[in-house]
Design a protein around this ligand. Structure first.
Ligand code: SAH
Ligand code: SF4
Ligand code: F3S
Length: 471
């Protein structure tokens, strides 16, 4: 048993990160024969991508996927710890699993992801949800086959969570959710330690993958017909700083663009280390998409400082304007937190000022949620929950106004769209994203799935647009 330890998770070792290759244990290839697994994924793209690894590991053991929890022999929850409501959803779901377990005691239940890295969560699961058979963390997904084997053969509870990240394991099998677009990890962990954020504790220190492994993965995807890659990291701009002296995100973006893949995206960019070289490369290559997610968090310099974000409102706006100048049609989205401890009316108005100035294409907005162990959770806070709700609503109204305005500029225009799914709102339509990451529902035959087509926008809403293909 290895239990998570918050104090250890805060540490940053100077050990050189080693790379190992995943080795499949063929003895376990039949462990899941005639068995089904059900997986539910919470949180960010990194977790989505981890679930793609988990699915492949399970299918290599002959498990098959089911979308109905009641049918499953193995239930996995890949969890997120970023805010209280992410926690609540998982504990709510565990309540459902508890009932199922009473009827079908042989069902194996596993919890993984960022919540599994939290000391307080594992304690709560052991106290109140002790029927959970397996808890493993974000650093040992590759060990899933052997951990599962132990649970199934020994019928004991396994808890294997490491608070200090280990080596990087390359070539973990992957079953991608899409045939056209793929997530690629370029960096794990985060060393920024923004004072509100749990990620540096749940994902460990910042570790970049080597450019060779990344470029190999892109080339393999091109061979398999993929049109789009999204390079993933909590701080992609800092890519390479931990392993190279003279190769960073600008170089990587350029090399990925030069592979010829049709679309390159990347998330998330921290405003702090967004270099001019990066801007030049993004502007230079047509296959690097003109879309940047640039979290602001707050428009108040006082709050930004308390958050440990390392930039001012003025620096953010300067960067924003630089990006727009280099790429006038580029869309920029953001993340904003309201109700950080002691955010005054004036601080909140500063945030609204930045929104009014930048007129973001869209934004994810959140009420501050104290995370156990982070510095902000210990800050005194005199602002009421009601006031925070009101601020969120005011902010959302403004954000929505600008989203609609940004979308309206697309009316009657022609845009390239990668058609990737059947539309959720109308199954005679296909859905996809423009180069600038706008969701478009398109009247198109199913044969067009997976293609990048030219679309004329015929109608515009706050969160999506409609369009038709032009030949
Ligand atoms: N690495 C990214 C953010 C990843 S987390 C970055 O630095 O930009 C995604 C978003 O969740 C953050 O941008 C932030 O807006 C929000 N978030 C993180 N911790 C939070 C907390 N404790 N309460 C509320 N929102 C939070
Ligand atoms: Fe969290 Fe800050 Fe790291 Fe983003 S940069 S993951 S907000 S600590
Ligand atoms: Fe959540 Fe972990 Fe991602 S906390 S947002 S799943 S890195």
């Amino acid at each position: 048993m290895n239990l998570p330890d918050l104090n250890k998770a805060k540490l940053r070792s100077h050990n050189i990160v080693k790379i190992k290759e995943y080795i499949n244990d063929n003895n376990l290839n039949k462990l899941g024969l005639n068995k089904k697994y059900f997986i539910r994924t919470y949180g960010c793209q990194m977790n989505e991508h981890d679930s793609e690894n988990i699915k492949a590991l399970l299918e290599n053991m002959s498990f098959r996927e089911t979308e109905t929890m009641e049918e499953a022999d193995l239930i996995l929850l890949n969890t997120c710890a970023i805010r209280e409501n992410a926690h609540n959803k998982v504990f709510g779901y565990l309540g459902r699993i508890k009932h199922l377990k009473e009827e079908k005691p042989d069902v194996v239940t596993a919890i993984c992801g960022c919540m599994a890295q939290e000391e307080s969560v594992v304690k709560e699961i052991r106290e109140k949800y002790n029927f959970v058979d397996l808890i493993f963390g974000t650093h040992n997904i590759d060990a899933l086959p052997s951990m599962l084997n132990d649970v199934i053969t020994n019928k004991t509870q396994e808890i294997e969570v490491y608070s200090i990240e280990g080596d990087i394991t390359e070539n973990i099998p992957v079953k991608r959710d899409s045939k056209y677009k793929a997530w690629i990890n370029i960096q794990f962990g985060c060393d920024k330690f923004c004072t509100y954020c749990i990620v540096p504790y749940t994902r460990g220190k910042q570790r970049s993958r080597t450019k060779e492994y990344i470029l190999e993965e892109v080339k393999e995807l091109i061979k398999n017909g993929y049109k789009e890659v999204t390079l993933l990291g909590q701080n992609v701009n800092a890519y390479g700083k931990d392993i190279y002296d003279d190769y960073g995100m600008a170089n990587l973006l350029e090399d990925v663009a030069l592979t010829g893949i049709e679309r390159v995206r990347f998330v998330t960019s921290h405003p702090w280390d967004f270099s001019d070289e990066m801007i030049n490369v993004i502007a230079k290559y047509d296959n690097i998409m003109p879309y940047i997610h640039l979290p602001l968090q707050s428009g108040s310099n006082k709050i930004l400082k308390l958050m440990g974000r390392r930039y001012t409102k003025e620096e953010y706006i300067t960067l924003f304007n630089k990006l727009k100048k280099a790429m006038p049609n580029c869309s920029i989205t953001t993340d904003i937190i309201v109700g950080f401890p002691n955010e005054s009316e004036e601080d909140f108005n500063d945030t609204l000022d930045v929104v009014n100035e930048c007129k973001f294409d869209s934004a994810f907005t959140f009420i501050f949620s104290p995370r156990i162990g982070t510095p902000a959770a210990r800050m005194e806070d005199s602002i009421s929950a009601l006031e925070k709700e009101k601020r969120l609503q005011t902010l959302n109204e403004l954000i929505n106004k600008y989203s609609k305005e940004a979308n309206l500029k697309y009316l009657e225009k022609q845009v390239p769209v990668l058609l990737e799914n059947i539309s959720e709102k109308d199954d005679t339509m296909l859905a996809g994203y423009t180069d600038t990451m706008k969701l478009v529902n398109v009247k198109a035959p199913i044969e067009k799935l997976g293609q990048i087509v030219n679309v004329k926008i015929t109608d515009v809403k706050t969160w999506s647009m409609d369009g038709e293909i032009i030949d």
